[in-house]
Design a protein. Structure first.
Length: 417
């Protein structure tokens, strides 16, 4: 069974899922997958609680995949797993890097160390394969690097020192690398992504990363192209949630880093420009979000800054506060919002866009506030938890699914809350 590993700060789950879809669409191939959301062992879907489970559990999953006829295993490989060598003796046929941005500095301490750990995954893959002096580049294990996200070009240059076939990918047809050399983003013409159902340039990047690794794995181009229009959103990754009582369009997303939030808000802002409102009112982009407790506190004000800069209406709430005081986390987020009480600008139609955030620690009430006040033409994104079905407060996990909160919302329930 071939093992394919995807690492990066954001986009790992989506890229892993897309690569598995490409493989499963190929005659004679069957892919199991290991993601933050779930494991598919070829027969069952289940949750492990890890992005990358410990080695003993991985061996059990691999055995089940092989017993169920899987030819391939596609898996997320977290920075914690790389640093702790959780994948152990797993031999990877190839890998991919999506991006690297502010996250997990409570563990890695510095971005330089975080980068080093991520780069070491390519080094591990290279070390697992005996490179001969007479080998051509294409005979080395493939390693796809996305140039679109933060630190993409730096990672391309870093992993070029290892015995892997580095494949640069970008939604820009041609790119200039950090060394100043211009070269094609892919060795072949780009795929047609016009029918891709996943919103945002970052999802185009994720799709191209998966496509490049799928090609290296032997998936025909025509299979990849035919599968692209079938990639419907799922797992709280910019997943649209319907509710007849809500006039606005509502999305739930897992974005929990400054970079992730910026990509989501930019994608949705682009969608708003293509959607006229029924009246002369200026449509507004809302975001409801918080930050996890007992995790990297340095990213909290950065998330506040991104929200204030890119959204029209900001509602700051709890994520998983864990052992921390939710209001203290909220205060750290708001510290990144400049001049929070001063209107930021006046739009073309003379409508003032305030930057004053609404602070509601109770996440259900915060969501209800946005759903109650958002109007037709507006977009509301509820960010940070995505697929998660619990909220951890003071060491206790309570049932909480953003998607179900939206589906169950009624004006009467908001009034009671």
């Amino acid at each position: 069974m071939n093992h394919w590993g995807i690492t990066g700060t954001n986009g790992k789950t989506t890229t892993t899922w897309i690569l598995a879809e490409f493989l499963n669409a190929t005659p004679g191939r069957k892919a199991g997958s290991i993601t933050t959301v779930e494991v598919f062992d070829g027969a069952r879907h289940f949750y492990t609680g890890y992005t990358t489970p410990p080695l003993k559990q991985l061996h059990e999953i691999y055995a089940a995949m092989e017993a169920n006829g899987c030819t391939d295993c596609v898996m997320e490989v977290s920075s914690h797993a790389i640093h702790q060598n959780r994948t152990g003796d797993t031999v990877f046929a190839g890998g991919a890097f999506t991006n690297l941005s502010e996250d997990h500095l409570d563990y890695h301490k510095t971005m330089a160390e975080y980068f080093r750990v991520k780069a070491s995954f390519a080094a591990k893959i290279a070390a697992q394969h005996q490179a001969r002096p007479d080998m051509g580049r294409r005979e080395l294990p493939p390693y796809v690097v996305c140039l679109d996200g933060e630190n993409g070009r730096e990672m391309f240059n870093a992993v070029g020192n290892f015995a892997v076939n580095v494949i640069p990918v970008s939604i820009v047809p041609r790119c200039v690398l950090a060394c100043g050399v211009e070269q094609p983003a892919l060795a072949h013409p780009p795929y047609d992504l016009s029918a891709l159902p996943l919103a945002g340039d970052y999802n185009k990047s994720n799709t191209l990363v998966a496509a490049a690794l799928a090609e290296a794995a032997g998936v025909p181009r025509e299979v990849i192209q035919a599968t692209i229009p079938k990639l419907t959103p799922r797992w709280g990754r910019l997943e649209r949630i319907e509710n007849p009582y809500v006039a606005a369009t509502v999305y739930v997303d897992f974005a929990h880093t400054p970079d992730g939030m910026e990509k989501v808000l930019t994608a949705l802002r682009g969608e708003m420009t293509r959607r006229p409102t029924a009246d002369d009112r200026q449509a507004q982009l809302w975001i409801v979000f918080g930050a996890g407790g007992d995790r990297d506190p340095m990213k909290r004000p950065l998330m506040g800054e991104v929200a204030a800069r890119l959204a029209d209406r900001v509602v700051v709430t709890s994520d998983n506060p864990r052992s921390e005081d939710p209001n203290a986390i909220i205060a750290q987020i708001v510290a990144g919002i400049p001049q929070a009480t001063v209107p930021r600008c006046v739009l073309a139609r003379g409508v003032s866009r305030p930057s004053q955030p609404v602070l509601i620690a109770d996440r259900a009430k915060a969501i209800a506030h946005a759903l109650t006040h958002a109007q037709a033409g507006d977009i509301v994104v509820i960010a940070g938890k995505g697929h998660e079905t619990t909220q951890e407060i003071a060491g206790v996990k309570y049932s909480f699914d953003d998607r179900e909160v939206v589906r169950n919302f009624t004006p009467s329930s908001a009034a009671v809350g």
